[in-house]
Design a protein around this ligand. Sequence first.
Ligand SMILES: C[S@@+](CC[C@H](N)C(=O)[O-])C[C@H]1O[C@@H](n2cnc3c(N)ncnc32)[C@H](O)[C@@H]1O
Length: 389
Amino acid sequence: MDLEKKNTILVTCGPGLAEYLEAELVDLGFEIISSHAGGITIKGNGADVMMLNLRLRTAYNVLYLLKEFRCSDAEQLYKIVNTMPWEGMISPHEYVSVVSRIKTPSVDNSMFANMKVKDAIVDRINDKLGERPDSGSQRDCLVYNLYWRGDRCWLYLNTSGLKLSDRSYRKMPFMAPMRECLAAGVVMATGYDGSVPFVNPMCGSGTLAIEAALIGAGRACGLLRSNFGFMHELGFDKEKWQEIRREAGKLGGKDIERVVATDISVEAIRCAQKNAMTAGVQHLIDFKVCDYTETPMPEKPGIVVFNPEYGIRMGDAKKLEPLYEGMGDFLKQSCAGYMGYIFTGNMQLAKKVGLRAKRRLVFWNGDIECRLLKYELYSGTREDYKPKQ
Ligand SMILES: C[S@@+](CC[C@H](N)C(=O)[O-])C[C@H]1O[C@@H](n2cnc3c(N)ncnc32)[C@H](O)[C@@H]1O
């Protein structure tokens, strides 16, 4: 990676998150070159790449363009990739992995394309240095991403390596935890900025509450990670990295209103507390073991977000009906003045809430299409929480 010269960067994300990722990139001062469901293209240098890996909340991977070229078949792919100066980028003692997305008539198997690129890389290093790096499917060292559409190819260094949704704070997952980048997207969709209370009954392992605390306080979410793909490149500038990390570490001192996280399970709260401690935000969150109806609601109205079971992977949908009816009652009776949200993958169950949703935002939890349902619970007083647009 060139630390000075600007280059094309593709930041990838999960379905439903591009809108939030785009907002993050604009906030960080980047001009959007193009945007589609799976990612956003920007221009930036190697220093930007390091900063993005530390700070992006809704991204999967930060990809740095190495080469864009025309290619009509697998042999040509091998030849072109084999001409690249890999011996200057990869030590023979490193580990290399290739992933690809392909839509081209000449090759219908992405594994085959992965193998061609991987062979081209390791053969080149072996020819030049007499040793070849190890290779395989591990994603925690050097990962290269190939996109092949028709006769056009883009080959990227995956500077993140493992997905950025792995923030390294969730040591204890409990049941059906949300991916961290999805939780961050959900929190961002509520417009939460730390200036009002954030309440998360049924918090499970605490992902929503932890991401809210990180967002509210303005903390960089990647600081706990000690491994990123770019660190494995030859010529990795450790000093520059430490400088960027130090800068990111200075963020996050913002005072925020309380975050409240409750769950009926003692075990869930134990996990959530441990995870919050690892994430360094336990002092910002009030945890309580209780039924959601007993959740202590801060007097100042804010945001309340539920992520109940929805009977697809866990729980039986029919048995969950009273829970959804109860959530509707709780929102009506105990959350006046708040903005209420329910995140669910089951729209039949959502009907049992019995309140009219003002908005229904689409998200994907893995391959399950979900909705974040928004309920305005205005009490009609001056204190009502009205989110910024
Ligand atoms: C889908 S999980 C939440 C996952 C969470 N968003 C995460 O990322 O870990 C649903 C949670 O609701 C809790 N729960 C179920 N019934 C409850 C009730 N009546 N009161 C409070 N919590 C309840 C469960 O213990 C479980 O932790």
